[in-house]
Design a protein around this ligand. Structure first.
Ligand SMILES: Cc1cc2nc3c(=O)[nH]c(=O)nc-3n(C[C@H](O)[C@H](O)[C@H](O)COP(=O)(O)O)c2cc1C
Length: 317
C-alpha cells in the first residue's frame, strides 16, 4: 500500500509518521537505533536565534502514563544548527521540519528568515505552545491575535510550508488554529504538552527544577484526539496530530479524527524503534480495518463520514 502523503506547498512525505520535536534531538542521537530513511519526517528540537540555556535540573520526571519535562527549550541556536546539524540531516532521506521558537515576534521572524536561506529544510513548525518558558512560547499560543502576528511574521520571511503547533493549555484551541490559518499557516500541528507538576516528597519540593513542566505520553492522548477532531472540522488546512501515540492503532485513531499525518514523541524514549514498527505495520492494519488506501482513513470518524464507519462495522459482523 502506498503510504505517501501530499501536504501543502509541495511537501511530500513517504509516509505519515514524523518524529516529534524535542524527542528525537537533531537526528544523529538516534542514528544507531533507527533507519531515518524509513520515517516520513523528523521535526528537530526547537530553534531560537541565539543559544538558550534551558531550565535548571531536574528536567524530566516520570509519571504513571507519561513524562513531565521542563527542558525550557535548551538549544544551541539556529546558526550552530545550520553549521553543525543540518549537514547530517541533508544526507538523510527523510523530510526535515525545523521547529522554531522565540521570546518575541521578531525572534520567530529571524529564525524563519535564517532557515529559509538554507537548503535541506522542507518545512517549518512554529512552536507557539511550549509551556516551559516564561515569556513568548505558550503565551503566543493562548491569544489568537498574538498567534496570528507570529504566523504573519514567519509567512513574510518564507515560502516554505509552515505548520503552527498549537497548545492544549487554552480553552479555545480551535480559535487559535483559525487565527493562524487566516494569517497564512499551511498546516496545524496539535498538540504540545499540558502544564503539570509533581512533588518530590522526600525533599518536600516540586520535583522539576522549573517547578511546572509539560506532560506528554499516553496520558494525554484523549485530549490530543479531542483537539485534533475539533480543529480538523474547523480549518481547511491539514492537521498533523500528536500526543501520546504509542502504537499503530493510536495512529489510526488520529487519522480517523482528521489528522493527515502524525508525530510520535515520548514513546521513542522507551522504544526507540517504535516509529519504524508503526510504518511497517500500518498498511496491514489499515487493510484489516477495511480501507483500500490511507487517504480513506483520514477523517473517517468525523461527523458526516459516519456511513463509512458503519459500513466497516457491518463488514466485521
Ligand atoms: C523532552 C521533550 C522536549 C520537547 N521539546 C519540544 C520542542 O522543542 N518543540 C516543540 O514544539 N515541542 C516539543 N515537545 C513536545 C512534543 O513535540 C509533542 O508535542 C508532545 O510531547 C506530545 O507528543 P507525545 O505525547 O507523543 O510525546 C517536547 C516534548 C518532550 C517530551
Amino acid at each position: 500500500m502506498n503510504l505517501a502523503v501530499s501536504l501543502p506547498r509541495g511537501l511530500k512525505l513517504k509516509n505519515p509518521i514524523i518524529a516529534a520535536s524535542g524527542t528525537f534531538g537533531f537526528g544523529p542521537e538516534y542514528a544507531s537505533f533507527v533507519d531515518m530513511s524509513v520515517l516520513g519526517g523528523i521535526s528537530v528540537k526547537g530553534l531560537s536565534p541565539d543559544p538558550w540555556p534551558g531550565n535548571p535540573p531536574p528536567r524530566v520526571w516520570e509519571t504513571p502514563m507519561g513524562i513531565l519535562n521542563s527542558i525550557g527549550l535548551q538549544n544551541h541556536g539556529v546558526e550552530v544548527f545550520c553549521q553543525q546539524d543540518l549537514p547530517f540531516l541533508r544526507e538523510t532521506d527523510t523530510r526535515v521540519v525545523a521547529n522554531i521558537i522565540g521570546h518575541t515576534v521578531d525572534e520567530y521572524r529571524q529564525v524563519a528568515a535564517r532557515l529559509s536561506r538554507e537548503p535541506g529544510i522542507d518545512a517549518l513548525e512554529v512552536n507557539i505552545s511550549c509551556p516551559n518558558i516564561k515569556e513568548g512560547g505558550m503565551s503566543f499560543g493562548q491569544n489568537p491575535d498574538q498567534a496570528a502576528q507570529v504566523m504573519a511574521a514567519v509567512r513574510f520571511e518564507t515560502d516554505l510550508p509552515v505548520m503552527v503547533k498549537i497548545s492544549p493549555n487554552t480553552t479555545y484551541p480551535v480559535e487559535i488554529a483559525e487565527a493562524v490559518e487566516d494569517a497564512g499557516a499551511d498546516m496545524i500541528s496539535a498538540i504540545n504538552t499540558l502544564v503539570g507538576m509533581a512533588i518530590d516528597v522526600k525533599h518536600r519540593r516540586p520535583a522539576l527544577g522549573g517547578v511546572t513542566g509539560g506532560l506528554s505520553g499516553p496520558a494525554i492522548k484523549p485530549i490530543a484526539l479531542r483537539i485534533v477532531y475539533e480543529v480538523a472540522q474547523t480549518v481547511k488546512i491539514p492537521v498533523v496530530g500528536m500526543g501520546g501515540i504509542s502504537s499503530t492503532m493510536d495512529v489510526v485513531e488520529f487519522l480517523m479524527a482528521g489528522a493527515a499525518a502524525v508525530m510520535v514523541g515520548t514513546i521513542t524514549f522507551q522504544y526507540p524503534r517504535r516509529m519504524q514498527e508503526i510504518v511497517a505495520e500500518l498498511p496491514e492494519v489499515i487493510t484489516e480495518l477495511g480501507f483500500d488506501c490511507l487517504q480513506d482513513v483520514v477523517g473517517s470518524a468525523l461527523p458526516g463520514r459516519s456511513n463509512a464507519s458503519s459500513m466497516m462495522e457491518a463488514e466485521y459482523e
